[in-house]
Design a protein around this ligand. Sequence first.
Ligand code: NAD
Length: 371
Amino acid sequence: MAANKKLLVLPGDGIGPEVMRETRRVIEWMARRRSLAFEIEEGLVGGSAIEAEGAPISDATVARAKAADAVLFGSVGGPKWDGLPFEQRPELGILRLRKDLGLFANLRPAVVLDPLAEASSLKPDIVRGVDIMVVRESTGGVYFGEPRGVETLADGKRRGFDTDVYHEDEIARVARIAFDLARKRRNKVTSVEKANVMQSGRLWRAVVGEVHKAEYPDVQLENMYADNCAMQLCSRPAQFDVILGSNLFGDVLSDLAAALTGSLGMLPSATLGAVDPVTGKRHALYEPIHGSAPDIAGKGIANPCAQMLSFAMLLRWSFGFEDEAALVEQAVEKVLAGGLRTADIMQPGMARVGTSVMGEAVVRELDKLAG
Ligand code: NAD
């Protein structure tokens, strides 16, 4: 039993509040049945924060996020705010949180649940049993490197440029997260880069190798070019355990890995910061990988599983509640095995249900699993 773990819940826009409502039932179940005492605050982010507070995230909400043990995030954005200038867009809410909380390691599991193996775009035989964790560096690399811009040359033609830049400490800290994770899984890290054509890729390979040799010689390390990794993910995905990549390659490869599993509505993620040497605490944010799905928002048909599974990741990575995390994961899998499907994962012969029926079913399954 743990006392007063502080959670900041930010449902956001579109389907965010709908899937968060179901996840709150799971949180309440944990309080009731497993005595997990969470102190929960709720706040605004994204378009809803723009409307009510004049910014995609207020300073007060960022301060509450910093004070919390973990942030559970929904999704932000929608057509209503698409016309706003870049610095006022809903997405800045999440970008600011990542930056201010120093969240540098994005963890995206791609697990093919047995009942959904048929929903993958690949043959069930190829994807069955796939259980990959993509660790993506998320505060550096080409998405943030300077110089960047679009300039107009003397001849009037435009030239766009970005800089893929990594300091060795940035590579080492995210590599440690990948190696630590691998030790709790199947003990293998595949580190991806383009060391054949990129200088930052050469450094990436060298630093990952040094961290491995000095601190994690027991973990199997494989280096792979990012393009080869993309190909292998489509042909032999079961070979992978933890895939480690830069912001750019991690982004692309985690989407590819996600596609193997069949649905955006099923996929959670975590983004972790460094452990504070004084408090021993680590900032962390958990969110589904899907967006606010404006096309289905308000219809009560969104799949709440990715948000619930994000909460399972929170239980595991922020609090070490491994048994409780596994309970949530098993409950979701059992509901699927029992034949319930939201529209996004509907298959022939299954029963189509909405968001709240899916949520109720997961809670019922938790009751059964807990006996
Ligand atoms: P999206 O993930 O919102 O939706 C893509 C498709 O998947 C849609 O057809 C949607 O209906 C479906 N889908 C997504 N989640 C689902 C769920 N839980 N259940 C059932 N179906 C689901 O991506 P998009 O359409 O490219 O973006 C919509 C908005 O979300 C944009 O404003 C975008 O900027 C924003 N976005 C936010 C985040 C975030 O908050 N981290 C991430 C991605 C996109």
